[in-house]
Structures are given as C-alpha cells and as structure tokens.
Design a protein around this ligand. Structure first.
Ligand code: NAD
Length: 249
C-alpha cells in the first residue's frame, strides 16, 4: 500500500536502537526524510547510516526542553517543515514503590512524560502553521495495568500520563489539522527487556500472550507508519494496543 509519505519529514526519538530504529527504517522505506534522534549520538549515527539516504542522525536528550526545541528547529531549518513526530524514547525502572528512590521517579517522569510534552510542544508551532501534523506517542500496555509484566509501577504511571496527554492534545489540536495518537505495545524483545527475560520469566510472560509470541519491533513500526499517513486520517486521540492479546486476559 502506498502510504503517500514521500514528501514528509519525520523526527523519531529514541531511534538509536530497538523499536525506534525499526520505526525510522519503516518510515524511510515509505519515502519519508527521517531524523534519527537519540541521547546516544553514536547509536543514532549508526542507525541513520543503516537506514541510508534521507536519514539524518541527531543527538537529543528528550528530557531536556532546550535540546528538544533545538532539535525541532534544526529539522525545520534543514528540511523546511516537520510533519511527523514519533515520541518513542523511554526508559524502564522495574523497582517497586518500596524499593524505588526519588531519583528513579524523577528520571522516569523526565524522559517518559516530560520528554513527550517537550517534543510535542517544540513541533507545534510549525505544525499549526502548516495546518498539518501527525504525532505518535509510544505508550505501553503497562499504562492500563499500573505497571506490566515486570512490576514496573513508576513506568506504568508515566505511560498512563502519555495516554492522557495523547487524548487531550488530540482534542486541542484537531482544529489545526494535527492528529495525535498513541500505541501501547505489549512485550517487545529489545535491550529494554532482554535482560529481564530470564528463561522462567520468558515462559511465564509468553503464557499470558494469546498469540504466543512477543511483538517484533516491526509489529509496532507498521502501526506507526499507518498512523503517520492519511490512510488513518480520521483516527485521533486513540491508543492502539499492539500486544498479541495480552490485555484480554
Ligand atoms: N520493549 C518493550 O517491551 C516495550 C513495551 C512497551 C512499550 N515500550 C516503549 O517503547 C519505546 C522504545 O523502547 P525499546 O524497547 O525500543 O527500548 P530500548 O531501550 O531498546 O531503546 C530506547 C532508546 O531510547 C534511547 N533513550 C533513552 N533515554 C533517552 C532520552 N532521554 N532521550 C533520547 N533517547 C533516549 C536509548 O538510548 C535507546 O536507543 C519506549 O518508550 C518504551 O517504553 C517498549
């Protein structure tokens, strides 16, 4: 299917690995110019080199408001517009409330929630002027469970904030031609989850997934591409669950 993304400019955060790298590659396959942004500049450069033509590495810590604004400013200066922002950067703290520290809470909120707000806010001036924009936020099924498979209450709370932010922004920005949606993945094997999936844990988590497998990074990236296109132009304020049926149990 031609998603007609050929003239679009995208910024993908946390794209130096895992799900974000697949999102960047998928958007590029559909013809987008893609800024591959990550706080790990070397990882961003490596992914951008793999993605190839019309992909540009960017060092960006999304939890730093001035860096978020500078990144968007660079995209608009170099490409003349910004059409798609995928807020994918995120960190996971698996500590329970009893074991967690104030620093854990501050870190998770700064990256997972403030980072999404900063990048949205930074892109809005251009998107409102263009009367066009697609914002896609990567939440998690842990938003619906107050934490997910790894007992991650702090993380789940920030992802629930992302779901609420998505709905509220969608309502406020619809008059400006901007769609805002989120995706709530189930478990995806990436560096975020890899070390947590001991053989016993893997078996237990898989037993709770009706489709019997973890999500691939492409399972998430394909939904991002659809939401980034006008094929799903009438969808806004939604959180699309991509979890192999995990939440049905
Ligand atoms: N892996 C899963 O099972 C899963 C499930 C649900 C949701 N998610 C969400 O998907 C997104 C991607 O996760 P992943 O599994 O690919 O993780 P990952 O750890 O493999 O990749 C995350 C990337 O984000 C970057 N990053 C971290 N902090 C950053 C910051 N402050 N600014 C910019 N970049 C930063 C990292 O350097 C890394 O390249 C996250 O938002 C995560 O919460 C993941």
């Amino acid at each position: 299917m031609d998603l007609k993304l050929g003239d679009k400019v995208a910024l993908v955060t946390g794209a130096g690995g895992g799900i974000g790298a697949s999102i960047a590659a998928t958007l590029a396959e559909h013809g987008c110019s893609v800024y591959v942004a990550d706080s790990n500049g070397a990882a961003a450069a490596k992914v951008a080199a793999q993605v190839g033509q019309r992909s540009y590495p960017l060092t960006l810590d999304v939890g730093n408001a001035s860096q978020a604004f500078a990144a968007v400013e660079q995209v608009v200066r170099e490409r003349g517009r910004i059409d798609i922002v995928v807020n994918n950067a995120g960190i996971l703290k698996t500590r329970s409330i009893l074991d967690s520290s104030i620093e854990d809470w501050d870190d998770v909120c700064r990256v997972n929630l403030s980072g999404v707000y900063y990048c949205c806010k930074a892109a809005l001036t251009s998107m409102v002027e263009q009367h066009y924009g697609k914002i896609i936020n990567i939440a998690s099924v842990s938003a619906m469970k107050g934490g997910g498979s790894f007992g991650n209450v702090l993380y789940g709370t920030t992802k629930a904030g992302v779901v609420a932010l998505t709905k509220g922004l969608a309502r406020e920005l619809a008059p400006f031609g901007i769609n805002v949606n989120a995706i709530a993945p189930g478990v995806v094997e990436t560096s975020m989850t890899g070390s947590l999936l001991t053989p016993e844990r893997r078996k237990a988590v898989l037993a709770g997934i009706p489709l019997g497998r973890f999500a691939s990074t492409d399972d998430i990236a394909h939904v991002v591409a659809l939401l980034a296109s006008d094929v799903l132009g009438y969808v806004t304020g939604e959180t699309i669950v991509v979890d192999g049926g995990y939440l049905t149990r």
